[in-house]
Design a binder for this molecule. Structure first.
Ligand SMILES: [Fe+2]
Ligand SMILES: [Fe+2]
Length: 166
């Protein structure tokens, strides 16, 4: 039977979910950085890996400031997105085409994170978790900036090289 849940419960669940997602991502971004052929792209993944580690620490601060306890959940959406990226790596030889695929896979991840942090900000605001919302917003902005950086890469180097190779 379904249980009656509160907005607080939902906030805890969603925060626990994105915590799991970020943890999974630290491993995936390291792999993306090793796999990318373009040094600029490899560097972008590495930079975002460092940011992601900071985002995990930020979630710890959100937990502290709100006094909530995270639940043990696995973000299955992130697991799936990472799996799709891994499939590309298995199927495409290293080079500009794989790089373009990695950019697309990473952007799907960023969009998921943008949705998750956007919702968390809205819920946190509703619950009056002011400090938490400020922290979550910082992460939201990093995710948006990363997405934009990847779009620029796709438009410039990535796609051009992919076409040249044909
Ligand atoms: Fe993140
Ligand atoms: Fe991200």
């Amino acid at each position: 039977m379904s249980q009656r849940k509160t907005i607080d419960d939902l906030f805890v669940h969603m925060l626990s979910d994105i915590y799991s997602a970020e943890k999974q991502l630290t491993r995936a971004l390291a792999k993306l950085s090793r796999t990318a052929s373009d040094p600029q792209l490899a560097d972008a993944f590495k930079t975002h890996l460092e940011e992601t580690q900071g985002q995990i620490e930020r979630i710890d601060k959100v937990v502290e400031s709100t006094g909530i306890r995270l639940k043990r959940v696995k973000c299955v959406a992130m697991e799936g997105l990472i799996e799709e990226g891994a499939e590309l790596i298995d199927e495409i030889e290293k080079g500009p085409v794989l790089d373009a695929g990695l950019v697309a896979a990473a952007q799907k991840v960023e969009h998921y994170e943008i949705a998750a942090y956007g919702s968390l900000c809205a819920l946190g605001k509703q619950l009056g978790h002011e400090e938490a919302v400020n922290l979550l917003k910082e992460t939201l902005e990093e995710e948006k900036a990363t997405d934009m950086k990847l779009t620029q890469f796709a438009e410039a180097a990535g796609n051009r090289k992919a076409t040249e190779k044909q």
